[in-house]
Design a protein around this ligand. Structure first.
Ligand code: F6R
Length: 247
């Protein structure tokens, strides 16, 4: 079932979603949080940093799992999601970096990647599973980097990025041809095991895909439609992102 949480603007959305995450962390200091990168969660991370600095919210016992990473990419490259998370959140709160997990983008053999993907899933289970997963949505309908064609039971794996997704990342990489063709992502099956999911979308550019994800046929062509199989998903939207939803 899909719940909608609609807000007049992105700033309000971020404040309220961060407050919900803060409440979870206060109730369960060892909470396991699934983080996303990209522009959608940035305001939430800024608000979590503010709550840490001004209201003493502590992440000292929190475990973090990120959805995805480009492949191949070095963690120290400016476009890596590992670097993004440190710059945008982890370096500004008291989370322990040894409790922050993100698929490695290091170049290695396919067999090593597969072993690491299995180990990533095992680590999530060992930590007790993800309590709260933050998602964005790509214009292809991807969640994580589960592009069209991804199946509902897919697990953490190496994937090919859709050209729409590579186009959307072209500015960050100084051109389409520099955007990696592949990535490592948690699977849809992995995401659906999170106890609670918040998908964040803001702005008119996301309105059409949000409407298809919520109202369209459930299909691997729009992987976000699989979220309807989850009992506790909320779409956090600003008004612009709702503009294609029927009244
Ligand atoms: C990022 C991720 C992607 C993004 C999506 C939306 O970790 O998994 O699914 O959430 O591409 O990106 P933005 O928020 O930049 O529009």
């Amino acid at each position: 079932m899909i719940n909608l949480s609609v807000h007049p603007d992105y700033a309000t959305l971020c404040r309220e979603l961060a407050a919900q995450i803060a409440q979870l962390v206060r109730q369960k200091p060892t909470a396991v949080i699934g983080f996303a990168t990209g522009s959608s969660p940035l305001g939430i991370y800024q608000e979590l940093i503010r709550l840490h600095r001004e209201e003493g919210l502590s992440f000292a016992e929190v475990c973090a799992f990120n959805l995805d990473e480009y492949y191949p990419i070095r963690a120290e490259d400016p476009q890596s999601y590992a670097g993004f998370m440190e710059r945008q959140l982890f370096n500004h709160i008291d989370i322990k970096l040894e409790n922050c997990f993100i698929p490695s983008g290091d170049s290695r053999s396919i067999q090593e990647i597969q072993e690491d993907c299995v180990a990533y899933e095992a680590k999530i289970s060992e930590c007790g599973g993800i309590d709260f997963q933050i998602l964005g949505i790509g214009r292809t309908g991807h969640i994580g980097f589960n592009e069209p064609g991804s199946e509902i039971d897919s697990r953490t794996r190496l994937v090919h990025l859709d050209s729409i997704t590579r186009n959307d990342a072209a500015n960050d990489f100084g051109g389409f041809e520099n955007v990696p063709e592949r990535a490592i992502t948690m699977g849809i099956g992995t995401i659906l095991e999170a106890k609670q999911i918040a998908l964040v979308a803001s702005g008119e550019a996301k309105a059409a895909i949000v409407a298809s994800a919520i109202n369209g046929v459930v299909t691997s062509k729009i992987p976000a439609t699989y979220l309807r199989a989850h009992p506790n998903v909320t779409y956090w939207l600003d008004e612009a992102a709702t503009s294609c939803l029927q009244a």
